[in-house]
Design a protein around this ligand. Sequence first.
Ligand code: GLV
Ligand code: MN
Ligand code: MN
Length: 400
Amino acid sequence: MWAELLPIGRSSASGGYRRFAWTGADAECRDWFREQAECRGLAYEVDRNGNQWAWLGDPAGQDAVVAGSHLDSVPDGGAFDGPLGVVSAFAALDELRGRGARFVKPLAIVNFGDEEGARFGLACVGSRLTAGELTVDQAHRLTDGDGVTLPRAMEAAGYDPDAIGPDPERLARIGAFVELHVEQGRALDLTGDAVGVASAIWPHGRWRFDFRGEANHAGTTRLVDRRDPMLSYAETVLAARREAALAGAVATFGKIAVEPNGVNAIPSLVRGWLDSRAADQQTLDKVVGGIEQAAREYAVAHGVDLHVARESFTPVVEFDHVLRDELARILGGRADLKVPVLGTGAGHDAGILSGSLPTAMLFVRNPTGVSHSPAEFAAEDDCVAGVRALADVLEGLACT
Ligand code: GLV
Ligand code: MN
Ligand code: MN
């Protein structure tokens, strides 16, 4: 499975993946998913929001057990963030069939669309739409950097944008969703364990800061006459670092757009996107409030206008305790496996769906902790341990 996925959407320049929603690379990933479903004799379907499902047992049955993750990537992402959960779900099913497991509940493997939000700026669009956490109107207004709207992009990929919307009946048929994911930190490396169980996801969000000044000649405009938004933006980046450090949170300006973007022109607009996360909502509010206040002061100092818009927000997620205890009980029976429970600052579809149904996550050790980068890595032994743990969990939840 890895060999087939390896070249899809991979940049030869960076070695990273560019699998953005509704692009050719995304379509190739989707074709791969469909082939995996069909070669295993699973019933394949795409839901109204473009999420892919592969069913063993009755898709209309109750109390289904679902595993999976996403196949899209951030710009120059690693191979594991997302695909590890999908590949492991198919591999766990193969393992269970090899064990002769008898399923008493429907089992599904899922690929949620547009988890990273790399193209349209909002993460977890597929699961948010399904859970009713993103309205159809909001989704129809999403626009990529080239001005292509989500509906046009879906249409171009052969999907019906008018079909999107909440899918409560589908979610009501699911008894548990377990998402296996590469760890995006070094907690498991430090405890020396191959696999962990998630406890919680930090609240997190994305904010757009538009600094508007005045375009002018870089050679002839006196410094005192300038209204340069780059200066207030730069000072805001430093303020974000300061506020986050003070609060024990994280804050990142990782994306920027500059107009007119000429070497010899003072910018008229600097648009920067802030991603900030903290252990609790109060801390996050304080950090983002502090950054915004600083940005306003810098904007005034440089004669620049500032507009701040929150583009997305995900509150704290506490994973379902009953399901988490069930996972711990199932995996606790294995003498060869110690499974720590850990929180994470990364967002996931399992977090979005946690408001609608019991969800849980398994993490697989990442020896460097690096993620959202071509350098992301997990050792094959650890991936195999992850598949075995997922198979044990699915067997415990779905089999006699
Ligand atoms: C998704 O990977 C996120 O946490 O941004
Ligand atoms: Mn990610
Ligand atoms: Mn992911």
